[in-house]
Write a protein that binds this ligand. Sequence first.
Ligand code: UDP
Length: 331
Amino acid sequence: MRILVLGGAGYIGSHTVYELIEAGEDVVIVDNLLTGFREAIHPQATFYEGDIRDRTFMDCVFEKEKIDGVIHFAASSQVGESMKDPLKYYSNNLCGTETLLESMVAHGIDKIVFSSTAATYGEPENIPIKENDRTLPTNCYGETKLSMEKMFKWTANAHNLRYVSLRYFNACGAHPNGKIGEAHSPETHLIPLILQVPNGQREYISVFGNDYDTKDGTCVRDYIHVNDLAQAHILAMKYLMNGGESDIFNLGNGVGFTVKEVIETAREVTGHPIPAKEEMRRSGDPSTLIASSEKAKTVLGWNPQYADLRVIIDTAWRWHQSHPNGYKIEG
Ligand code: UDP
C-alpha cells in the first residue's frame, strides 16, 4: 500500500508512520510543521511540507504520488486553545478537511482513516462509552471533530468514498525504539506534565479538581498507548482495502484511572516523590471517560499490547529522560 499520512510529523502521526514502514508499507507524509517536528519524520517516508488547506498543493501531491489511501491526523488538538480561539479550529480542522476531501474526490482517492476523539461524546450518558452513544461535545475541539466526522459521512454518501473514524481516548506513551515520543508546546497533557517533575523541569503537578463524583474525587480517563493507536490505523486501512463499510470505532483500554492513580503510578515508575497540588477544576473536563473498544476488537481485530499503565508510563519516562526538551536541540 502507498499511504498518505497527513500530519505525519505529529505525535500520533509519526508513530503510525513508523509502524506502517515497519509493516513494509510505502508512506508519503504531508505536514505544515506548525506543531509537528521535522525530526519526527521517518527517514524512509517521502515528505511534502505544506498545508491541507492549500488546494493547489494537495492536488499536486495527489497528482505526483499514486496514493491508495489517506490517514488524516492534520488537525489542531488542544481543548483549552479551542475554547479561546474557536475560529482557528474551524479553519484548521473543518476548512482543512473540506479542501482535502475536494481534492480526494477530484482525484478518485476513496479511502480515508480519520483521527477523531472521545471529546465528541462530551459528558457521557453511559460508562463504558459505546460508539452509538450520545455525542454532545463540551468544547470546540470536540465539536469540530464531530463536524469532521459528519463531513465524511455526507461526502461518503454522495461520492464513491469510504471512511473509518477512530475516536481515541487518552493517547500517551512513546515508541519503545526511543526515537519518537510526545512533544507539545505548550504541554497540556497529564502524563508528560507529571514526568516534568522527576525530570527537574517542574516542582509539582497540579491536580485539576478534587470534587468529581469518582472514587478519589479526581477525573477518570482511559489511557491508551500511542503504538496501539498506530496499529489501529493500520488495521482500519486494511479493513477499508478489504471492502469494509464506513464506520466509527472507539479506541481505549476499557479501564479508567483517576488523576491521583496516574500520579501514584508515575511515582512507582520513576522512584521520585512527585509532589501534587490540588487546584480548581479545568473548564470543559468531563468527570469520567472510559471506552468500550469491543467493536474495534471484533471488527478490526485490534488487540492493544500496552494495557498496563506502568508500561505505558515507563515508555513515556524513557522518552522524556532522553529528550527533556522534546525534539529541540539542547542548550
Ligand atoms: N490534568 C490535571 N493536571 C494537569 C493536566 C491534566 O489534573 O496538569 C487532568 C485533566 O483535568 C484531566 C486528566 O488530567 O482530568 C487528563 O487530562 P489531559 O489534558 O491529559 O487529557 P484530556 O482528558 O483533557 O484529553
